[in-house]
Design a protein around this ligand. Structure first.
Ligand code: 26V
Length: 822
């Protein structure tokens, strides 16, 4: 054990208590009689922060001295979830902190619950970024997460009369103890205006960008601890501020109020997170946000290099920059601009550096989600970048023409500019051209990228492509979220699994021990009881912890098919009405997830689920055999209570639509069985757990394509399946909308006449599969065995494995263990 820099940072319980009380007084300005729960939380958070700083400083010193190669993870979203519990675990002082608070007469869990989670992401993509920086710190890989410090994160969802209602997420209201503002590293970002091209007297051509606006980016740093090591990496989020200096022209015109307005408008840049799965093409502010954080981050990397006296020709040796989807893809043009325009590097040299620097991860196959910016908008915001993109495109298309003489159709398909109608900049193409590596996030997804979405790029550069299946961090999703299971597992196989999740395999033989199975069940039961209390409080519905918890939590989207689950519930309900004495193992259907505020169909899906709950939960004939709840405001915090309490994990997207899914992995680790389609990472989950331990249903991707091609007529499927017909008619006729036969009309009509996600084609297979689930559930011992095996075989889905894959094939960033400074 190492001696701390100061006694202030000692890790024992008594020192923690003292530091907590000191902070309550000196930081919060309160004494116990006056302090609120939030004051107590903040006092503990500051006490923990003091204990992080030594690691943070030691890590910075180590990296500086070693000149370490660094991974820059560029992401418009980091869905971190609460820090306090996670930091206590990674520091190895969770139990000490709990004990300290208890001895001071405080309720530790209540105190942890005070933290407002930084919800700076929409869903899977943002949470993946959070898991990845956790794993990089645990693997001691030098890394910087770069993103935006949104003042308002993902909206808060409540349910009123069965409808989603959004409220702003004021996460910074009581201050954020985990961040440090670094005003000394602020940078300036230009926007708008025009360019000037001049030939200098020495014959060189120079380009000047005369912007119409300047915004300054101020970094806020949050330490990211590795699990029980000395590494503390950094999450650096940029906040937009107006630079006072730029207002002088307006001031000189005496337009004081105009100047203040301009100041306010630049600060809007980091005001709010966009709900990314809303098809709102052409939002100027979103393009500005993307450019803002990308420019800040690249300028910051250049500053770091200059601080270490490294020439910019070596940029790609110092930094491996990963583009988390196309949101930061403008980085390709921005690095070119910085190197060529501002640092006078010749184009060809700069282009080599740029291509060796970037790697691009694609996260979706949905065509409407591929980012494109209308040319006029792009030119207005980033006039110089448009010129650079034209130049990159000209050189790239020359190469394409040399490779495929006469193939002008291919040239048009590959171009960075879509010219089939009104012109657009294609951000995925920019990312592909400017990166040396391109990856998908699950095996199927990568194959579909190669054969479909990015086919022409694959034919051009097959060696750039690889798969990197997603993963999730077992520190947050098992150790923190499921302490009971963690203890049982560690008591059985030791603690190594927390860093080497493959070791969970050692649980496999224990699936045959009746004693172990009984412990396993007790834990699930306790987790379910805890979730049942939350449900009682938030939904005012009493659910039975002995019923099967059948859970679907994820963003609400037609392709994820929450409404397919709804159709099944109605089918079960009808069965109970028809045969009141039917033997049916009690089930609790739990839904959670946010709908994009402008996505009407998704909001209607929520209303349908809550409408079904209103009918089913109250019907005495059901005799509590079915319960349906919609848990409001699904978030990282709520997820931590939900995954450990689930028996069945619903992963029922149309085959070929869900790039990977990561919730599926969180469920599996915590011992839920999956009912799922051959989509995303479900396929790999099934592969590792074995077909016998996975409930598979539905069309495969090729079958979906074939059905599509032959002409899918959902109304025919409706007519040919009496059970489906009865279910749909009931919704249509207003049974779940208090007789209002118009409410669900858009949803019913969409299914009957379009059904773009093939619910009707998969309905029969889903219902039959759910029947098998029910039969398996009643064999308690068998179900428990399967549950243990699911968890025991989840090692592949640790984000540590994902990060090892990335660094082995793409980043080549060696570990740098940190020596603690004393
Ligand atoms: C989807 C859609 C659907 C159509 C409407 C517009 C729109 C906009 C964005 C998106 C998703 C964007 C990227 C994304 O979040 N992908 C998710 O990434 C996760 C991490 O790799 C992965 O597990 C999810 O399957 C994938 O949807």
């Amino acid at each position: 054990d190492h001696r701390p820099l100061s006694e202030r940072a000692a890790l024992n319980k008594e020192a923690l208590k003292q530091s907590f009380l000191d902070n309550l007084f000196h930081t919060q300005g309160k004494f116990p009689a006056l302090a609120s729960k939030s004051d107590y939380y903040l006092a503990l958070a500051y006490a923990v922060r003091e204990r992080l700083l030594q690691r943070w400083i030691s890590t910075a010193a180590e990296y500086m001295q070693k000149g370490a190669r660094t991974v820059s993870y560029l992401s418009a979203e980091f869905l971190m979830g609460p820090h306090l519990g996670n930091n206590l675990i990674n520091l190895g002082i969770y139990d000490e902190a709990k004990q300290a608070m208890t001895e001071l007469g405080l309720n530790f869990d209540e105190l942890l619950a005070q933290e407002e989670e930084p919800g700076l992401g929409n869903g899977g993509l943002g949470r993946l970024a959070a898991c990845f920086i956790d794993s990089m710190a645990t693997l001691e890989i030098p890394s910087l997460g770069y993103g935006i410090r949104y003042e308002f994160g993902i909206f808060h969802q409540s349910i009123v009369d069965g409808w989603q209602v959004e409220k702003t997420d004021k996460w910074l209201r009581y201050g954020n103890p985990w961040e440090l503002q670094r005003p000394e590293w602020a940078v300036q970002v230009k926007l708008g205006g025009y360019t000037e091209h001049r030939s200098e007297e020495d014959g060189t051509l120079t380009v000047r960008w005369i912007p119409s606006r300047l915004v300054s980016g101020v970094p806020y740093d949050t330490p990211i601890l590795g699990y029980r090591n000395n590494t503390a990496n950094t999450l650096r989020l940029w906040s937009a501020q107006a630079p006072e200096s730029f207002d002088f022209e307006v001031f000189n015109r005496g337009d004081y109020y105009g100047a203040v307005m301009q100041k306010m408008s630049s600060e809007n840049l980091s005001k709010v997170l966009y709900p990314n799965d809303e098809h709102e093409g052409g939002k100027e502010l979103r393009l500005e946000q993307q450019y803002f954080f990308v420019s800040c981050s690249l300028q910051d990397m250049i500053r770091i290099m200059q601080g270490q006296r490294l020439p910019l020709e070596h940029f790609h040796e110092k930094f491996a920059v990963q583009l988390n989807d196309t949101h930061p893809a403008i980085a390709v043009a921005e690095l070119m601009r910085l190197l060529v325009d501002e640092h006078k590097m010749p184009w060809n040299r700069a282009w080599q550096v740029t291509c060796k620097t970037f790697a691009y991860t694609n996260h979706t196959l949905m065509p409407e989600a591929l980012e494109r910016w209308p040319l006029p908008l792009f030119k207005k915001v980033l006039p110089r970048h448009l010129e650079i993109i034209f130049e990159i495109n000209a050189r790239f298309l020359d190469e394409v023409r040399r490779r495929y003489p006469g193939d002008s159709a291919r040239v048009a398909r590959l171009s960075l500019i879509d010219e089939s109608g009104p012109r657009y900049v294609r951000m995925a193409h920019l990312a592909c051209v400017g990166s040396h590596a391109i990856n998908g996030v699950a095996e199927l997804h990568t194959e579909l990228l190669k054969s479909d979405v990015l086919r022409d790029f694959y034919e051009l550069w097959p060696n750039k492509f690889s798969n990197k299946t997603n993963g999730v961090t077992p520190r947050r999703w098992m150790v923190l979220a499921n302490p009971r299971l963690t203890r049982l597992v560690s008591d059985s196989i030791g603690e190594d699994w927390i860093k080497h999740l493959d070791q969970l395999q050692k649980l496999e033989p224990l699936a045959e021990s009746a004693d172990f199975r009984s412990h396993w069940r007790e834990i699930k039961r306790a987790n379910k009881r805890a979730l049942a209390e939350v449900i009682a409080r938030r939904c005012n519905v009493a659910v039975d912890p002995d019923s099967m918890f059948d859970v679907q939590v994820k963003r609400i989207h037609e392709y994820k098919r929450q409404h397919l689950a709804a159709l099944h519930i109605i089918a079960l309900y009808l069965q109970l009405k028809a045969q009141p004495n039917l033997e049916l193992a009690p089930r609790t259907f739990i839904f959670g997830g946010k709908a994009a505020p402008g996505y009407r169909m998704a909001k209607l899906m929520i209303k349908l689920i809550t409408g079904i709950g209103d009918v089913v939960n109250r019907d005495p004939m059901v005799r509590d055999r079915l319960k349906v709840v919609f848990l409001p405001n699904f978030s990282v915090t709520n997820g931590q209570r939900i995954y450990p309490a689930a028996d069945l994990s619903e992963q029922i997207s149309t085959a070929g639509k869900e790039a990977s899914g990561t919730g599926n992995m969180k469920f599996q680790m915590n011992g839920a069985l999956t009912i799922g389609t051959m989509d995303g990472a479900n396929i790999e989950i099934r592969e590792v757990v074995g077909a016998d331990n996975f409930f598979l249903f539905g069309l495969t991707t090729p079958q979906v394509y074939a059905l599509q091609a032959q002409g899918y007529r959902p109304h025919d499927w409706y007519e040919q399946d009496p059970q489906l017909r009865e279910v749909i008619d009931m919704i249509r006729d207003g049974y779940f909308s208090r007789g209002d036969a118009s409410l669900f009309r858009p949803l019913v009509d969409s299914l009957l006449w379009h059904d773009p996600y093939f619910l009707f084609a998969d309905f029969r297979s889903y219902v039959e599969c759910q029947q098998r689930v029910g039969e398996t559930w009643v064999d308690t011992e068998r179900w428990t065995r399967m549950s243990i095996l699911n968890s025991a075989r989840s090692g592949k889905f640790s984000s540590d494995r994902s990060i090892r894959d990335y660094t082995k094939d793409i980043w080549h960033a060696p570990s740098v263990p940190v020596e603690l400074l004393t």
